[in-house]
Design a protein around this ligand. Structure first.
Ligand code: NAD
Ligand code: TDX
Length: 332
């Protein structure tokens, strides 16, 4: 891993991953990113210019992607449309980027025999009941619920088919919900933190009893490096940090950390097809590759995230008004 191409490297997880790679490895990084509404050049701005290049473009543009892939020895693929709510409003960019973009990258990686790691989500497995003792494993059948998760499932299937049919040197990871620095204010945790910072109340969809399995973005990054360095070609690794919490509990904790009454939230319209619970069993990654999360204390990680949003208002404020207007139009 000397010359690393990171698609979607200006997004939330991508930027955290690139920062992690620059700090913990000697790799030189090229970011390929279309710079959609979800991207942030600022998240990469302070990195050493001799270690990182930014190429602005579409992962579904074969003319751009083919020579770029040829000039690298490893590709980590994060570029995607990622917001479930938006995928219900207009699935088109989700199909174009997540399915056609992944296909375009696969063709280039195959042609130039470049190692690929495909970053995916636990949402491909659908959801679990609240009282189900089971968690997702690498053997759980695919059962995606939303247009977003269906396109991610499709991209995973394409990668596996290219591994089996064409001998592609690829791995896949499916990770649970990330939180941390640089996450767009449309997502659950940043939305609620910034609502409170603006003097409004957090908003829970439906009854707020849905469960997500939270992992700090830095721990996702260290898992990706472990897979790149020690993962077995053709294998899938589930990434999670035993962070199951109901949305209601996350909001109550946030309110307490921010000095507000714990029940000072609103219940708003539910998401169509809302997945009830995600939960990851990450034993394979831990036992086989020796990976461990560093942020095992969710409250400490959340408190750090609150501080970060408090001190980065100039970064998120320009996106806040339009994001909230879109939610308000849906009664959310
Ligand atoms: P994000 O929405 O914050 O960032 C996505 C990035 O991809 C942006 O920088 C955007 O500009 C770029 N992009 C979008 N379309 C593109 C295109 N056509 N060509 C090039 N670049 C394009 O997303 P994120 O939360 O950082 O997620 C990154 C990856 O991790 C995604 O593949 C997502 O499915 C996966 N994932 C996310 C989570 C999570 O909790 N956020 C959990 C598991 C897996
Ligand atoms: O205002 C809100 N109120 C609320 O109750 C918002 C924005 C969300 N929610 C709920 C919906 C979910 O149960 O919070 C939970 C988390 O919502 P999102 O942040 O939209 O994440 P989710 O739909 O779980 O998907 C995320 O994790 C898996 C990422 O956005 C995906 O890209 C990733 O694959």
């Amino acid at each position: 891993m000397d010359r690393l191409l990171v698609t979607g490297g200006a997004g939330f997880i991508g930027a955290n991953f690139v920062r992690h790679v620059i700090e913990h490895t000697d790799a030189r990084v090229t970011v390929l990113d279309k710079l959609t509404y979800a991207a942030s050049r600022e998240a990469l701005a302070d990195l050493p210019p001799d270690r990182i290049d930014l190429v602005i473009g579409d992962v579904a543009d074969a003319g751009l992607v083919d020579p770029l892939v040829a000039a690298h020895d490893t590709v980590v693929h994060l570029a995607a449309e990622t917001h479930n709510d938006s995928s219900l409003d207009d699935p088109t960019p989700f199909v174009m980027t997540n399915v056609v973009g992944t296909f375009t990258l696969l063709q280039a990686v195959r042609k130039h025999d470049v190692r690929l790691h495909h970053v995916s989500t636990d949402e491909v497995y659908g959801d679990l009941a609240l009282d189900d003792p089971k968690r997702f494993t690498e053997d759980t059948p695919y059962r995606p619920s939303s247009p977003y998760s269906a396109t991610k499932a499709g991209s995973d299937h394409l990668v596996r088919a290219w591994v089996r049919s064409f001998g592609l040197r690829a791995t896949i990871s499916n990770c649970s919900n990330n939180y941390g620095h640089w996450q767009h204010v449309e997502k659950f945790i940043p939305r609620q933190i910034t609502e409170v910072l603006e003097g409004r109340r957090p908003r829970l969809y439906g009854d707020g009893r849905q469960v997500r399995d939270w992992i700090h973005a830095d721990d996702h990054s260290s898992a990706l490096v472990a897979i790149l360095e020690r993962g077995r070609i053709g294998e899938t690794y589930l990434v999670g940090a035993d962070g199951e919490r109901s949305n209601r509990d996350v909001v109550r904790l946030l309110l307490r950390l921010m000095g507000r009454p714990e029940d000072d939230f609103e219940l708003v319209n539910d998401r169509a097809g809302h997945d009830v619970r995600y939960a990851i069993e990450s034993g394979k990654l831990r036992l086989e590759l020796g990976w461990q999360p560093r942020f095992s204390d969710f409250e400490a990680g959340l408190s750090d995230t609150v501080d970060w949003y408090r001190s980065h208002r100039q970064w998120w404020a320009p996106h806040k008004r339009a994001t909230e207007a879109a939610y308000a139009a849906k009664g959310q």
